[in-house]
Design a protein around this ligand. Structure first.
Ligand code: UDX
Length: 466
C-alpha cells in the first residue's frame, strides 16, 4: 500500500473520533500513509502511538488551537450551515496543500455529519468513502428512508406502518427506528443532514461505504445489499489489545479522550470477584434527568452488586448540582463514581458482569466484543435500534422499559439487573455474549472477514482508480 495516502476526517465527538482513529491505525499497519484531519488537538491526541500524520482541520470558524469549542451558533441548522461552509473550504485547502507538499491525497474517508466532504473530494478528483460509525442496520434504515426510490419516507411521514419491514432486518416498530426519524424527537432538525448523506452517496457512480461492524454480526443485512453500494464491514474498530491480537499489544487505547480520565478505578476493580461489578455509562453526550439518576441509583443499590458509574462533568450548574448530589449519596457506598474512564479497559476487566448502557454504537460493540451482557437504556438517535438488536437479535442483553416520561424506574432497573446478573433466569445471554465475543475477535484476525474486507477495499480502489 506504499503509494496510497488516505485522508480521514471526522466530526469532533468522542463516538466519531474513536472508530476513525482506530481505522487510521489499521491502515497505517497495513502499509498506507494516513493523514488524520481534525479539530481536536494537543493533549487529547497524545497517546495514539502510531505514525499518523495529524493536521488541524476546523469545521467551525473558531481556531483549531483553541481547546474549547467556544460560542457556537445557536440553532442546529445554523451550526450545520457553518460547519459545511467552513469545513468545505478548509478541507479543500488542506487537500490542495498536501498535494503541493508532494503528499497527494489518493482516498478520502469521512464520517457522519460531514456529507459535503464527498463533494469536495469529487470536485478535486479524489475518490471517497463514507465511514458509517453506526450499525449497518441503522445505515440501512436511513438509506431506505431517504433513498429517492423508496416509499418508506412517505409512509413514515404520516404515520409509520407497524411492523416496518425492510430487507435484511427483523420486523421493526416505530420505537425501534433511530429517534431522529420520528417527528416527536426534539432533535428532528438533524434529519436533513442524514438525508444529505444518502443523497450525496446517490450522486456517486459506485458509492463506497465502510461499516464499523463485522459480517457475521449483521450478515443478513449486508447480504441483502443496498442499491449499487459497495459495503465493506471492517469492524469492530476497537484497540487490538482488546481483541486478542498479539501483533499489536501496545494498541490498548483509542488514544483520544475529550474528558480527563481517572485511573483510580483499576485497583478498585481488581479487588472485586469475577463478573460481579455493574458498569454504568451513557457515553459522551446523553445527560440523564435528575429523577432518572435517582431511580437508577436506587435500583443499583437494591440490586446488591458493586457498581462503577461514569458521571461526566457538566457544563451547566444545574446538572453539576445533580451530579454532586449523586456523588454525595454514593461515595463510600459499594459504588464508585468516576468522571471518565478507559471504557474498553473496564469492559475487558474480569470483574465486570454487566453494562448498563445507552447503547451508543461504540459502547454496544465494545460490550459485545468483551462478552459483557447489557441492560439497554437508549436515550436517542440510533441507540433505540441498537437496543432492539441487542435484546431481540443478538440475545446479549435486555431492554429496560421506560415509563411515559421516558424514565426507567428502580423496580424495572432491579428486574433487569436480576435478569442479567443471573439472579433470575437470564435466558442464555452469557453464552450468546461469549459467542459474539469470539466471532468479533475472529473477524479482525489475519484472514478474518473484516481483515479481508479492508484488503478488498484496497483492491477495489486500485482497480477502479488506476
Ligand atoms: C454518539 C451517539 O450518541 C451514538 O448513539 C452513536 O452511535 C455514536 O455517536 P456516544 O453517545 O458518545 O456517541 O456513544 P458511543 O458510541 O457509545 O461512544 C462513546 C465512546 O466513548 C466509546 O468508544 C467509549 O469507549 C468511550 N467512553 C465512554 C470512554 O472511553 N470512557 C467513558 O467513561 C465513557
Amino acid at each position: 500500500m506504499n503509494h496510497q495516502h488516505f485522508l480521514i476526517t471526522s466530526f469532533r465527538g468522542q463516538g466519531h473520533l474513536n472508530p476513525t482513529i482506530q481505522l487510521a491505525k489499521r491502515l497505517v499497519w497495513a502499509g498506507a500513509r494516513v493523514t488524520y484531519a481534525t479539530a481536536v488537538h494537543g493533549r487529547n491526541l497524545r497517546t495514539i502511538k502510531t505514525p499518523i500524520s495529524m493536521e488541524g482541520l476546523s469545521h467551525t470558524s473558531f481556531s483549531v488551537n483553541n481547546d474549547d469549542d467556544a460560542v457556537e451558533p445557536s440553532s442546529y441548522e445554523d451550526r450545520m450551515r457553518e460547519i459545511k461552509q467552513v469545513g468545505s473550504r478548509n478541507l479543500r485547502e488542506l487537500i490542495v496543500s498536501l498535494s503541493e507538499k508532494d503528499r497527494p491525497v489518493t482516498f478520502l474517508i469521512y464520517t457522519v455529519l460531514l456529507p459535503w466532504a464527498a463533494d469536495v473530494a469529487r470536485d478535486l478528483g479524489v475518490p471517497s468513502a463514507f465511514l458509517s460509525i453506526q450499525s449497518a442496520a441503522v445505515f440501512a434504515i436511513y438509506h431506505h428512508y431517504f433513498n429517492s426510490q423508496s416509499g418508506f419516507y412517505q409512509s413514515c411521514k404520516n404515520k409509520p406502518p407497524t411492523p416496518i419491514s425492510l430487507p435484511g432486518l427483523p420486523p421493526l416498530t416505530p420505537e425501534d427506528l433511530p429517534s431522529f426519524l420520528l417527528p416527536t424527537d426534539p432533535n428532528f432538525p438533524v434529519v436533513p443532514t442524514f438525508q444529505e448523506h444518502i443523497l450525496t452517496l446517490e450522486k456517486e457512480t459506485n458509492p463506497c461505504v465502510l461499516l464499523n461492524t463485522f459480517d457475521a454480526l449483521e450478515e443478513d443485512l449486508i447480504k441483502a445489499g443496498l442499491e449499487n453500494m459497495k459495503l465493506f464491514a471492517i469492524g469492530p474498530l476497537i484497540p487490538l489489545a482488546y481483541l486478542d491480537y498479539k501483533d499489536h499489544p501496545l494498541d490498548n487505547s483509542f488514544g483520544c479522550d475529550l474528558y480527563d480520565c481517572s485511573t483510580d478505578y483499576l485497583q478498585w476493580l481488581d479487588s472485586k470477584p469475577a463478573s460481579s461489578v455493574i458498569y454504568v455509562s451513557f457515553g459522551s453526550l446523553a445527560v440523564l434527568k435528575k429523577n432518572q439518576m435517582e431511580e437508577l441509583c436506587q435500583g443499583l443499590r437494591e440490586s446488591g452488586h458493586p457498581f462503577l458509574w461514569v458521571i461526566r462533568p457538566s457544563d451547566t450548574s444545574e446538572q453539576e448540582e445533580v451530579n454532586t448530589m449523586m456523588k454525595g449519596r454514593l461515595d463510600g457506598d459499594f459504588g464508585l463514581i468516576v468522571p471518565w474512564c478507559l471504557q474498553v479497559e473496564v469492559l475487558n476487566h474480569k470483574s465486570i458482569g454487566c453494562h448498563v448502557t445507552h447503547c451508543g454504537w461504540n459502547s454496544t460493540l465494545e460490550s459485545l466484543t468483551a462478552g459483557v451482557p447489557m441492560i439497554a437504556c437508549p436515550q436517542f438517535s440510533d441507540q433505540l435500534t441498537n437496543a432492539k438488536l441487542v435484546q431481540d437479535v443478538w440475545g446479549i442483553g435486555v431492554k429496560a422499559r421506560a415509563d411515559g416520561e421516558g424514565v426507567v424506574g428502580r423496580e424495572e432497573m432491579k428486574r433487569c439487573l436480576d435478569l442479567v446478573m443471573g439472579v433470575t433466569h437470564e435466558g442464555g445471554m452469557r453464552e450468546n455474549a461469549s459467542k459474539w465475543k469470539a466471532l468479533a475477535r475472529r473477524a479482525v484476525k489475519e484472514g478474518g472477514s473484516s481483515d479481508n474486507n479492508l484488503r478488498l477495499l484496497w483492491q477495489d480502489w486500485s482497480e477502479n482508480v488506476f
